[in-house]
Design a binder for this molecule. Structure first.
Ligand code: URA
Length: 234
């Protein structure tokens, strides 16, 4: 059970103050009865709350898939650069979503945003062991021997990368797919550099079984479907 003002400010873009105003104007009904006070209790699983005759769909959490463009930081605010939350549509901003993990400023592709701290924590947990799949374009052709070097894991001065998968495009060996189960700083770029190639372009295309929806243009986002949430075990 939730107070009516909390219920409506969670589920809509109305602030608690605005909800008070709506209730005063008799614009809010609960199960067909005009609500007289903002502190009445509402059952979010059973009660039907309407604002100006339109039923509100209650939800507290939001889960978004973004096709991140280059030039945006995976953050909620920054003094200099645009941040991915600038791309959240106005009507969803009140959920205050934040990015789940990070992509570099110049990396494109699949980035999830949520306001559900538990989802963020679980998805990022090493125990979950979710592979992240990246498409990369290199300055030199990848070689067959690189596959074994990725598969063996790699030693860096600050960490040891776990075994990773490298797939080389048979038609153009400068195009590769890399799958890593961790997300250390610049990991894909550093692993490619270790085998003597620079990454010129990087895009994340999947997180575990969840694929980037290629119909999303760069900078566009949409909510995850129930089927996609189930793929992530949520
Ligand atoms: N690896 C990188 O080098 N950059 C990213 O943005 C993600 C993985």
């Amino acid at each position: 059970m939730l107070r009516l003002d909390k219920y409506l400010s969670d589920a809509t873009s109305y602030s608690r103050r605005e909800v008070r105003g709506l209730v005063k104007c008799k614009a809010v009904t609960v199960n067909g009865t005009v609500a007289r006070d903002v502190d009445i209790k509402v059952d979010e699983t059973q009660d039907t709350v309407c604002v100006n005759g339109t039923a509100v769909v209650y939800r507290k959490f939001i889960y978004l898939m973004l096709n991140k463009p280059q030039g945006y930081l995976s953050a909620t605010e920054d003094d200099r650069d645009p941040v991915v939350t600038d791309l959240v549509p106005e009507e969803l901003k009140h959920f205050a979503p934040f990015p789940v993990g990070r992509l570099d400023k110049d990396t494109e592709g699949l980035l999830l945003l949520t306001n559900d701290g538990q989802f963020d924590h679980e998805l990022m947990s090493p125990r979950k062991n979710l592979y992240k799949r990246y498409y990369a374009e290199l300055d030199k052709p990848a070689e067959k021997e690189d596959i074994a070097l990725f598969a063996a894991g790699m030693e860096f001065k600050d960490f040891t990368a776990k075994p990773a998968r490298l797939e080389i495009d048979p038609d153009d060996p400068q195009k590769v797919y890399v799958e890593i189960s961790e997300g250390k700083y610049h990991q894909v770029k550093r692993m490619c550099e270790k085998v003597g190639k620079n990454v010129l372009f990087l895009k994340r295309v999947a997180i575990g079984p969840l694929q980037l929806d290629e119909r999303l243009g760069c900078g566009q986002m949409r909510e995850l479907t129930a089927a996609e949430m189930a793929l992530l075990g949520w």
